[in-house]
Every structure is written in structure tokens, then in C-alpha cells.
Design a protein around this ligand. Structure first.
Ligand SMILES: C[S@@+](CC[C@H](N)C(=O)[O-])C[C@H]1O[C@@H](n2cnc3c(N)ncnc32)[C@H](O)[C@@H]1O
Length: 334
């Protein structure tokens, strides 16, 4: 179980470094204004990673795409180098894309979506994004749970696995100054990106907490609405997550989640793959299993709506994004 959690943490720590607006990469200790010696050193580092793992390099429409064989050492080194280049070359849009088996480094003059090779499918209006000053590349989600949740002024909202913080910040705007939005995430690098986004957005009624969604750092019956976007599929123990969600919700509280579900059985080797797990594929469960886990956790009014089948290149089986709604039983009068 901890192997799965470690794979998920490693994947999203690397994603966070790609998404960071410069600040997080400062911990790598690499400066922009390189001396000649430092530049030579950087070039030697690129040559070394090329020699060890480069598969192809091509240029298409002004974008140079380098494809590397994936492995823990290559992933770590490319994450470090791309983060360093992003600090120096803000307009070149350096990015690292993790396909599981292969890693692609792209450098170009026009930005692409960070989530393009994950479980993307999130839908945010330009007005919503403008309200928090963040673009859609801050989303690694598969829907827009803030619309699903029908948030009201004054409510307390909790986002399970808040990533770069987009859904938390949008929720904070919707519930207004009398309400509050919390995000819980286990990855320090993601929390750092979320807090940087919060400070840029100037949102004060939001708090990002470090923790796991299997053991939430909030008291019982403290939250009106739980949202989540493409995270519960990543949890090894989904029943524990849903029990915790039920515990922290107030009686009558709502759960409104976007997640990936399995439509047709995936091959055993895909289910076993840590990369496919961290990529929101291998950890998916069928909708009826989701429903029974929600029921066992104490939810009623359960509804699972499959919204979009996701094409899996070269993999048999099928998964889809879905919207999942449920309610915690209100307290019965004595
Ligand atoms: C696919 S990303 C989605 C992020 C965000 N919800 C969004 O829509 O952009 C998954 C996020 O959940 C976090 N995460 C995954 N499993 C977790 C767990 N068991 N406990 C806490 N956070 C978790 C990861 O660190 C990552 O930030």
C-alpha cells in the first residue's frame, strides 16, 4: 500500500515542480545568471541524461520534443533540469511530460496544458479562471466539482487532494467571506504551489493543510461540502477515504466529486503498474463498487454520472471521468 502512495507522491511532486511559478525550484539551488563554468556544467548534465536515456529528438511547429526512457533516476534528473531551465527561460515553456513508460521534455514558444497526458477533462469558464487569476494548466483534474457542489455563501468546503489549489480558490470565492475553503494534500511541493497561487489570487478565506485523505486533519462534523477532483482513484484504501469524508461532514452535508471510474476490466499488468496507478488509470474502480463503498461509509442519495470515456492508447479496458454525488444522513430528531 505504501508503494502505491509513494508512487503517487513522487508523480505529483514532479508535476508540482513543472507547475511552480519559479519559487519552488529555488530549493534546487540553481541560479538564472549562470557563469560560463555553470553553463558548461549544465550542458554536461544534459549530455549525461541524453546519453543515458534519450530515445528520440524532433522539432514540430517550433517545439523541440525530446523523448526519454522512463526510470526513477532519469525522472528525478529531468525534473531537476527542467525546473532549472524554467527559472532561466520563462518564455520558452520548458515542460516535462510523464507518460509512465516515457518522459517527454518539450521546449517551445507556446504553452500546453500540464494535464494533457494525465486524466484531464476539467472544464472551467474563462470568468472563473479570471476570478482567481490562474489558468487551466493549474488543473490536473477530470471535471469541475465546484459547479457540481452548488456552493452557497457561508459554507465550509473541503477539497480532497487539492493539488495546485484551483478548486479550493474557486470554492473560497463562491462561499464568500463568511465561508471557508480547505484543501488537503499529502505532497509538500503541491502545497507550496497552492499557497503561492493563493497569495497571487489574494484569497484569504482558504487554508491548505498537509495530510492524507485517508486520515483527514479536520474534526468530525466540521464541513458542509466535500469536493474532490481526480484523486480518490489514487487512494489505495478508498473505503477509508469515504469513511473519513463522512466523518468530517456535518449531518446532511454533501459530497460532490469528479473522479475516474473503470468501465471495462483493465489487464492485470496495467492494474499492477505503479505508473498507471499514479496516472489515474490502474486505481479506478467500477461505478457500482464506488456506490457500495459510499453506502458502507454512511452516504445516501448516491448518484454516479459517467461523463466522458477516456481513450487509453495501447491498453485494453476502458475508464471514464464521472461525477459522483452523495449526502450524509441528516441527524434524526430524538
Ligand atoms: C491528479 S492530482 C489532482 C489535483 C487537483 N485535485 C486538481 O484537480 O488539479 C492528485 C493530487 O492529489 C494528491 N493526493 C493523491 N493521493 C493523496 C492522498 N492519499 N492523500 C492526500 N493527497 C493525495 C496529490 O499529491 C495530487 O496533488
Amino acid at each position: 500500500m505504501s508503494e502505491l502512495t509513494d508512487a503517487v507522491r513522487e508523480r505529483y511532486a514532479a508535476k508540482a515542480l513543472q507547475m511552480a511559478p519559479g519559487g519552488v525550484t529555488g530549493s534546487l539551488g540553481l541560479a538564472c545568471d549562470l557563469t560560463d563554468g555553470q553553463r558548461a556544467q549544465r550542458q554536461a548534465e544534459w549530455r549525461a541524461v541524453d546519453a543515458a536515456a534519450l530515445l528520440t529528438r524532433a522539432e514540430r511547429s517550433g517545439t523541440v520534443i525530446s523523448t526519454y526512457r522512463a526510470g526513477p533516476a532519469t525522472r528525478a534528473e529531468l525534473t531537476r533540469l527542467v525546473a532549472a531551465e524554467r527559472v532561466c527561460c520563462g518564455t520558452a515553456n520548458w515542460a516535462l511530460h510523464d507518460d509512465g513508460a516515457e518522459l517527454r521534455v518539450t521546449v517551445d514558444a507556446a504553452s500546453g496544458a500540464c494535464c494533457e497526458d494525465d486524466c484531464c477533462g476539467a472544464t472551467y469558464s474563462a470568468e472563473e479562471l479570471a476570478s482567481v487569476g490562474i489558468d487551466a494548466t493549474a488543473s490536473l483534474g477530470c471535471g469541475n466539482p465546484t459547479l457540481l457542489a452548488e456552493l452557497r455563501a457561508g459554507e465550509t468546503v473541503l477539497d480532497l487532494g487539492s493539488g495546485a489549489g484551483l478548486d479550493v480558490l474557486l470554492s473560497a470565492r463562491r462561499v464568500g467571506p463568511a465561508g471557508h475553503a480547505y484543501g488537503v494534500d499529502m505532497t509538500d511541493e503541491m502545497l507550496a504551489v497552492a499557497r503561492a497561487n493563493q497569495s497571487r489570487a489574494g484569497v484569504s478565506n482558504a487554508t491548505f493543510l498537509k495530510g492524507t485523505i485517508e486520515a483527514l486533519p479536520l474534526p468530525a462534523a466540521s464541513v458542509d461540502v466535500i469536493i474532490s477532483n481526480c484523486v480518490i482513484n489514487l487512494a489505495a484504501d478508498k473505503r477509508a477515504v469515504l469513511r473519513e469524508a463522512n466523518r468530517v461532514l456535518k449531518p446532511g452535508g454533501r459530497l460532490a466529486v469528479a473522479d475516474m471510474v473503470a468501465l471495462a476490466e483493465l489487464p492485470a499488468e496495467v492494474k499492477r503498474s505503479l505508473d498507471q496507478w499514479a496516472g489515474c488509470i490502474a486505481g479506478t474502480i467500477p461505478a457500482d463498487e464506488y456506490v457500495s463503498a459510499l453506502r458502507a461509509a454512511g452516504f445516501t442519495g448516491i448518484d454516479v454520472e459517467v461523463t466522458r470515456e477516456v481513450r487509453l492508447d495501447g491498453v485494453a479496458g476502458a475508464i471514464a471521468s464521472a461525477y459522483i454525488r452523495a449526502t450524509k444522513e441528516p441527524t434524526k430528531p430524538a
